[in-house]
Design a protein around this ligand. Sequence first.
Ligand code: BTN
Length: 324
Amino acid sequence: MTKKIILKTLYEKKDEYVPLEELVNETGKSQKEVEIEFDTLEDEGYIINHSKLGYRLIKTPNLLLPYEVKKGLKTKFMGKDIHYFKEVDSTNDVAKYLAENGAEEGTVVVAEIQNRGKGRMGKTWISPPGGVWMSIILRPDIPTSKAPQLTLVTGVAVAETLKKELNLDVGIKWPNDILIGNKKVCGILTEVNANINKINYVIVGIGIDMNVDVPLLPPDLQEGATSLKNELDTEINGAILVQKFLLNLEKLYNQFTSGKFPDILNEWRFLSKTIGRKVEVRTRGKTIRGDAIGINKDGILILELDDGSLRKIISGECLHINTS
Ligand code: BTN
């Protein structure tokens, strides 16, 4: 709380020195306590000038610090509670722990680095500094069978945010990869805790290669991956991107829980780079090739096989095949 008041005061008095006495008054803390808070802020990466006139904020770190994200957040419940980690194994696992212990819907877990980031189909998700590694706790009152649709809802929220805020030509590869051109910039991992009748919670994990340096990724990933910084040749402000994304997600989630999945699905179809393509889908040990002709009302991919038969694909890894 003290930190929040200090930052708020420094932001309000931008370009001015704020006397220590004023910060002592605002926070109700002692001089020593305020000075200790400044040490923490500097450790977090804030650059603060200190002179006999007081303290002046020079530079804010481009990190997903809760105060920076919440500052411009216009949501009602998404991201109202943010748990921030410099380093963590997996934000999805932390979110699961919090959800088990009663965390509210919309709680966000975010980390600068993940040491054991999880991808779909049991893969590892490489999570170096510069990414948005984030998990959100949801508690939708919907039939358990509909929980996987949240992956598509989240994919639309990411794609729309990148399109609108950064003017990027993004698309979605079924079910949930966000692509720029044919390179992946974001993946989504949805984990559901439910019984047949009721969802206890859903963890939606989002990994965006925001300011990640692509040449520093493992060689086998470099070819198929890109980052926002790589595409735009400039560093992206993470806190602003996350604010915009959470607002978009909240809007789509509210639509979803009030029965408007068909509208979201139409937007998904519009953003899809899979429909109309020849694809290969790897599902539980089997590989199926065919033309992706559409996605049905439940979000299931429909393939037309070479013999003209149709096949429904509920989950799997989809590869776009080059035909030219
Ligand atoms: C995929 O395989 O495409 C899904 C990747 C999901 C990665 C995100 S990063 C934040 C969250 N925590 C994890 O361990 N995984 C997800």
